[in-house]
Ligand binder design. Structure first.
Ligand code: F6P
Length: 530
């Protein structure tokens, strides 16, 4: 592995200042040669500094890290989540007609199909009944996936309205329940463990609200969890509990029962299309050659920018308003998965861990943070997303404008504007002498800033399934190349433990003994000001 990283570092060193535009001048087919397509989903990574030799060096990482072997281990149910001794089989949830998947000698597919059939039947019952509103109570993976996908697929909504409550801040549940009719609201408590404090606190508050406002919590609560004993203890009868197994990680769980609220919103048929899109991506990921393989190429571009070039963040910029929650979804998917300090064997990582992922939809971001992306001193690789068409045929002119903006941004990042071009602009504006020079500097864009673009015909359920599965597999490939376990999340535990011990201190039932000076002073401030 070390030699491969050395080769890549040398390529970065030797070409760091090469202009990306010059690569297009030297190769008129660059756009085609540095794109990969799966069905009608296109990944264009030609506006990066990756050339054929760099790509070959990146691809060599896949063989050196045995991505193929790890990929088969994942799809075939081996316990690749080694720190928790678990298989990683979110792919089984969308393996609709793909044959058996064995875990410890047992085929898990009959259980998956049976739960999916129960979800469909329940979703049809809810959609056909008197329920007007569904409130999904969950956090992290039990919230971000269904919330993101429900917004993304809003043109396909023909069921009850869906609301999502995640934060333990009482403002969230209070604002959500205000205005809802307790008699026609269904609450879905979504928690893999059914012990997450935020979710259970919100679930109890929702139950009290329902009882107080004439609803029937006995009939209007459903649960999604691996912990059937705990759902029973909470009082939700087994026929309204949709279980899954510990081989589905929280941030990979939207494909199964955690997606129940989404299924109720868009209906079982559209939900099936969402699963089929993901299944198509699974098949592509398993079969395509490395250079044609979208998840692999997306991962290698990520590795190039983060671990080789040293760009610590990446911006996800969907020119698709309905993907507004995708950056937050990807933050959990990527940062909880690959934000690790040690390799699988417990040794400290010698490479940077996964990048900081952030972003917001275009064109809004253009009027907020793009200034820094264009002229700030740090390079931020950008990941644009755009559909050929929107769902509003009457507003096609909006969509043309949206596309033009998306393409303009990636072009501007690559081309930049030289000092000479800035001088011409200033002269045209009537400036001259020292004032022209001073002003011109502020109009310079360094350019040569890398970006990739994902383009697709329309954001429908099938396409959304493909896109989300694409990112899941990207995270997997990056994790394998870094040698880390992408499927545990020990880094969230310490804060949870301290919050539990601080709760009685905040309540005033215990003293702040043993706390650091800052924490003790803040507690004192809060006690004096509430
Ligand atoms: O705190 C992190 C986490 O464990 C995530 O991995 C998970 O998605 C989230 O909490 C919610 O967990 P649960 O579904 O068990 O409530």
């Amino acid at each position: 592995m070390t030699a491969h990283w050395e080769t890549l570092r040398a390529r970065h060193r030797d070409h760091a200042h090469r202009s990306i535009l010059s690569l297009f001048n030297a190769d008129t087919d660059r756009a085609a040669g540095f794109s990969a397509q799966m069905g009608s989903l296109r990944l264009d990574y030609s506006k990066t500094n990756i050339d054929a030799r760099t790509r070959a060096a990146l691809i060599a990482l896949c063989d050196a890290a045995d991505v193929a072997g790890r990929r088969e281990a994942m799809f075939t149910g081996r316990p690749i989540n080694e720190t928790e001794g678990r298989a990683v089989l979110h792919t089984a949830l969308r393996n609709l007609d793909g044959g058996p998947v064995m875990v410890d000698g047992t085929d898990v597919m009959p259980g998956v199909i049976d739960t999916l059939a129960r979800m469909r039947a329940y979703a049809r019952e809810v959609r056909g009944g008197a329920i007007t509103d569904v409130v999904n109570i969950g956090i992290g993976g039990s919230d971000l996936g269904p919330a993101m996908a429900t917004q993304a697929l809003s043109p396909y909504h023909d069921g009850p309205r869906c609301h999502f409550v995640s934060n333990v801040d009482g403002a969230h549940i209070s604002d959500t329940l205000r205005g809802l009719d307790a008699k026609t609201t269904l609450v879905i408590v979504a928690s893999k463990t059914f012990s997450t404090i935020e979710t259970m606190t919100n679930a109890r508050t929702a139950r009290a609200w329902m009882a107080h406002h004439g609803g029937d919590a006995g009939a209007q609560f459903a649960a999604v969890s691996t912990a059937r004993d705990k759902t029973a203890a909470f009082g939700i009868p087994p026929e309204r509990v949709f279980g899954f197994d510990d081989w589905v990680g929280g941030r990979y769980s939207v494909w199964g029962p955690i997606g129940l609220s989404l299924m109720i919103a868009i209906g079982p048929r559209a939900f099936d299309a969402f699963l089929r899109g993901a299944q198509a991506m699974d098949r592509h990921f398993r079969a395509a050659d490395w250079s044609d393989n979208l998840p692999v190429m997306l991962a290698l571009v990520g590795i190039w920018h983060n671990q080789v070039c040293g760009h610590a963040t990446r911006a996800v910029l969907p020119y698709d308003q309905r993907l507004a929650q995708l950056p937050a979804y990807l933050q959990q998917l990527e940062m909880e998965s690959n934000g690790k300090r040690v390799a699988m064997d417990g040794q400290a990582l010698t490479l940077a861990s996964g990048p900081v992922v952030w972003g917001a939809p275009g064109t809004n971001g253009q009027h907020a943070f793009y200034q820094l992306i264009h002229q700030g001193t740090r390079v931020i690789p950008c990941e644009f997303m755009v559909a050929a068409s929107g769902h509003e045929p009457d507003l096609a002119h909006h969509h043309q404008l949206l596309i033009a903006n998306c393409l303009a941004q990636s072009e501007a990042l690559m081309r930049g504007r030289s000092i000479d071009a800035a001088r011409v602009l200033m002269a045209e504006a009537g400036l001259s002498g020292p004032e022209l020079e001073r002003q011109a500097q502020h109009r310079v864009f360094p350019g040569n800033r890398p970006s990739i673009t994902l383009a697709y015909p329309l954001l429908d359920p099938f396409m959304l399934g493909q896109i989300v599965a694409l990112y899941e597999h990207r995270v997997f490939v990056e994790g394998v190349i870094l040698g880390i376990n992408s499927f545990d999340q020990w880094g969230v535990e310490l804060g949870k433990e301290l919050a539990t011990s601080l709760q009685p201190v905040v309540e005033g039932a215990e003293p702040a003994t043993g706390k650091d000076g800052s924490t003790a002073a803040l507690i004192d401030f809060i006690h004096r000001h509430r």
